[in-house]
Write a protein that binds this ligand. Structure first.
Ligand code: HSE
Length: 419
C-alpha cells in the first residue's frame, strides 16, 4: 500500500482526496498497489471541506510520519512550500506538486535535491492537460521551434465572456474566483504572472533555459476594454492572453501578454476555462493540446496521475533542463528584439491636426500603419484604434513614450501585440 499526505486541502486537495477514493478501483489496478490518503494539512481546522480524510494543522504530522510515502504539496506561495518540499525530499519522501510559482523560482534546485527520488509536477502547467508528459517524453526527439498557447484558464474564461456576452471585467473576475479557477491572489492570473510561471517550466523542458519571471516580458489583460474587443472583431481577430516561446537560432524569446490572434487560428477558437497549447517540433511538426486548464477535478486528475506513476515505479526523472549542455547553448532573447505587428488604442482630443501630429510620430519611429478606426469616446475626445505593419518592440516602446507626451493625447496609449 502507498500512503499519501496532502499539504494544502483547498479546491485541488479536496479533489485529489476524492479522486483517490472514487476511482480507487482503476487507480489500484494501474498502480499495482492500493493508494490511500493518510492525512491532510490545513490552516483552519474548523472550516468544512467536504472531504473524508484525517486533517491536522501541523505540517510535521506529515513530514515526520514514516508511513507516508508521497507528499502532495498544494499550499501555494513560494518560500514556505520550498522549505516544506525540501524537508520532504530530505526525509526520503516522493513529492508531487501543482505549484507553478514554486517551480518558476526554485525548479532547478528542487530537481537537484530530488536526484533520483520522485519529484513530479504535471499539474503545474495547463491543469488537466498532460503537456509536461508530452514535452518531456513524447516530443523529446525534436528541437522545439515554438510553444504558444492559452495557459491561464481564468483569463481565457474572462476574455471569452467579455467577447461573447459583453460581461464587465470585474463581474467576470468575481465569477472566475467563485468557480475556483483563479489563484488566491487573482492578480497572478490577470497580470499574466501565472501564465509566465507555466511558460518558464515549459521553456526549461524544451530549451534548458534557466530564467526567472523577472527576466521575461509579462503583461496581463487588465487594460483590455470593449473598444479593443470591438476593433478585434471588426478586423477578424480574437483577444487572448498567450504564453509564447520561440526559438530563433541560438536565442529563445519568452513572453506573456494579451494578443490579437486571427479568428480562424485553432487557438483563437478556444473559449472558457479551456487551455490550448501548440508545440512545434522540427521533426513532428505542429502538435496541439487542449483541455481544462483550471478547476479542482481537472488539476487533481494530473496530480493523481503523478501519484500513480510514482506508486508503480517509485522514481521519476524530472528533466527540467538538459542532462548535459547542448552544443550551441540557447540563451534568452532580449525583449527589445521582439518583432511583430501591434495594435494601439490612443485616446485623443477630437480636434483638427491631431491625426497629422500622431502620424508624424509614427513616421519618426519608422512605424507603418496597416489599419485605422476612430471611435468617439466622449463629447470632445475620441479613441484612435490603429494596427501597424511588423515593427521592432524597441521602436514601438519609444513611439508610445513620445505619443503620451503629446499635448492632445489624454492618457497613456494601450498596446496589444498581434500574433
Ligand atoms: N489560476 C490558474 C488558471 C489555475 O486560471 O489557469 C490553474 O493553474
Amino acid at each position: 500500500m502507498v500512503k499519501v499526505g496532502i499539504i494544502g486541502v483547498g479546491t485541488v486537495g479536496v479533489s485529489v482526496a476524492n479522486i483517490l477514493k472514487d476511482n480507487a478501483d482503476v487507480i489500484s489496478a494501474r498502480a499495482g498497489v492500493d493508494v490511500i490518503v493518510k492525512s491532510g494539512v490545513v490552516k483552519n481546522l474548523t472550516k468544512e471541506r467536504g472531504v473524508d480524510i484525517i486533517l491536522t494543522d501541523n505540517v510535521d504530522d506529515i513530514l515526520n510520519d514514516d508511513e507516508i510515502d508521497i507528499v502532495v504539496e498544494l499550499m501555494g506561495g513560494v518560500e514556505e512550500p520550498f522549505a516544506v518540499v525540501k524537508r520532504a525530499l530530505e526525509s526520503g519522501k516522493a513529492v508531487v506538486t501543482a505549484n507553478k510559482a514554486l517551480l518558476a523560482y526554485h525548479r532547478y534546485e528542487l530537481q537537484e535535491m530530488a536526484g533520483t527520488k520522485a519529484f513530479e509536477f504535471e499539474a503545474s502547467v495547463a491543469g488537466g492537460i498532460p503537456i509536461i508528459n508530452a514535452l518531456r517524453d513524447g516530443l523529446s526527439a525534436n528541437h522545439i521551434e515554438s510553444i504558444m498557447g492559452i495557459m491561464n484558464g481564468t483569463c481565457n474564461y474572462m476574455m471569452s465572456k467579455m467577447t461573447h456576452e459583453g460581461v464587465a471585467y470585474d463581474a467576470i473576475l468575481k465569477e472566475a474566483q467563485e468557480l475556483g479557477y483563479a489563484e488566491a491572489d487573482p492578480t497572478f492570473d490577470v497580470g499574466g504572472y501565472d501564465a509566465a510561471h507555466k511558460l518558464l517550466i515549459l521553456a526549461s523542458i524544451a530549451y534548458g533555459i534557466d530564467a526567472k519571471p523577472e527576466d521575461i516580458l509579462i503583461e496581463g489583460i487588465e487594460n483590455v476594454t470593449q473598444d479593443d474587443i470591438a476593433f478585434a472583431k471588426e478586423f477578424g481577430y480574437a483577444i487572448k492572453l498567450l504564453g509564447i516561446a520561440k526559438k530563433d537560432n541560438n536565442e529563445v524569446e519568452l513572453r506573456v501578454h494579451a494578443c490579437l490572434i486571427k479568428q480562424d487560428e485553432m487557438i483563437a477558437k478556444i473559449d472558457g476555462v479551456m487551455n490550448g497549447i501548440s508545440v512545434v517540433g522540427d521533426k513532428v511538426g505542429e502538435t496541439l493540446y487542449y483541455g481544462p486548464g483550471a478547476g479542482g477535478d481537472a488539476t487533481a486528475s494530473a496530480v493523481v496521475a503523478n501519484i500513480i506513476d510514482i506508486a508503480r515505479s517509485g522514481k521519476s526523472t524530472p528533466m527540467l533542463g538538459f542532462n548535459r549542455p547542448m552544443e550551441g547553448k540557447l540563451t534568452l532573447k532580449s525583449t527589445d528584439k521582439v518583432r511583430c505587428k501591434y495594435y494601439l488604442r490612443i485616446n485623443v482630443s477630437d480636434k483638427a491636426g491631431v491625426l497629422a501630429g500622431i502620424s508624424k510620430v509614427f513616421e519618426a519611429n519608422n512605424i507603418s500603419v496597416e489599419t485605422m478606426l476612430q471611435r468617439p469616446a466622449s463629447n470632445d475626445s475620441a479613441n484612435l484604434l490603429i494596427s501597424t505593419h511588423t515593427a521592432l518592440e524597441k521602436d514601438i516602446q519609444n513611439m508610445i513614450q513620445q505619443i503620451q507626451s503629446l499635448e492632445f493625447v489624454n492618457s497613456s496609449p494601450v498596446m496589444i501585440r498581434i500574433v
